[in-house]
Design a protein. Structure first.
Length: 211
């Protein structure tokens, strides 16, 4: 009878030990994972060298260290030369430095590599049109806004804004008309001043003769 009472605790202990070991294994695994490096924000998967450099560039850009951001983006491009995002980002950094020529060169490269990434292509077309407007190259800017609007209408997945293009073209048209009207007024004023000056000279000559 006594042996039966001893057997039951031993059986319970034997069942409890594997369960405890299993629970211990469950708690150990997350601890081991947490100890490892997590470079991506959610800790889901490792970040590639390209995106690691791009993130570094983004942080420097936000800190307004544009030269540092450009250096980081250039390093990212060496990792994946045909990834359009590196070229797009470096263009933004150049524009922040008012280096419009370098910005355009970078964005043209991004457009060459963009492929089927329609949302990014829409952004590139937008910034290129905006750049021409900044440079006061209004005819070219209007053409580029037309290209942006056409792409936005043809590719709904791009989530672009064709009405923005119409608004910008309207502002360009208004501005160029004001400039044209002002130039015409300025020319008329200059002509009248010349005529008045010529008349004053003639009057002075006549006055001398009359004396």
């Amino acid at each position: 009878m006594k042996s039966r009472f001893w057997v039951l605790p031993l059986v319970s202990l034997a069942l409890a030990l594997p369960a405890a070991a299993q629970d211990k294994g469950k708690t150990d695994k997350p601890a081991a994972a947490a100890a490892g490096p997590r470079k991506d924000p959610q800790g889901i998967k490792g970040i590639s060298p390209f995106w690691e450099q791009l993130k570094k560039g983004d942080d420097l850009y936000v800190a307004r260290d544009f030269d540092g951001a450009i250096a980081a983006y250039k390093e990212a491009i060496t990792k994946e030369p045909q990834n359009p995002m590196g070229h797009y980002r470096i263009g933004e950094a150049h524009l922040a430095k008012n280096d419009t020529q370098e910005a355009e060169t970078a964005w043209v490269a991004a457009l060459r590599f963009v492929g089927g990434d329609h949302p990014l292509k829409a952004k590139i077309l937008f910034v290129l049109a905006d750049l021409r407007e900044r440079q006061k190259s209004y005819d070219d800017a209007t053409d580029r806004w037309n290209a942006y609007a056409q792409f936005a209408q043809q590719q709904p997945a791009a989530k672009a804004f064709p009405k923005s293009a119409e608004d910008r073209k309207g502002k360009i048209a208004t501005w160029t008309k004001l400039v044209s009207d002002y130039a015409a007024v300025k020319k008329r004023i200059a002509t009248r001043l010349q005529e008045a000056d010529a008349k004053a000279k003639d009057d002075a000559i006549k006055a001398k003769k009359d004396k």
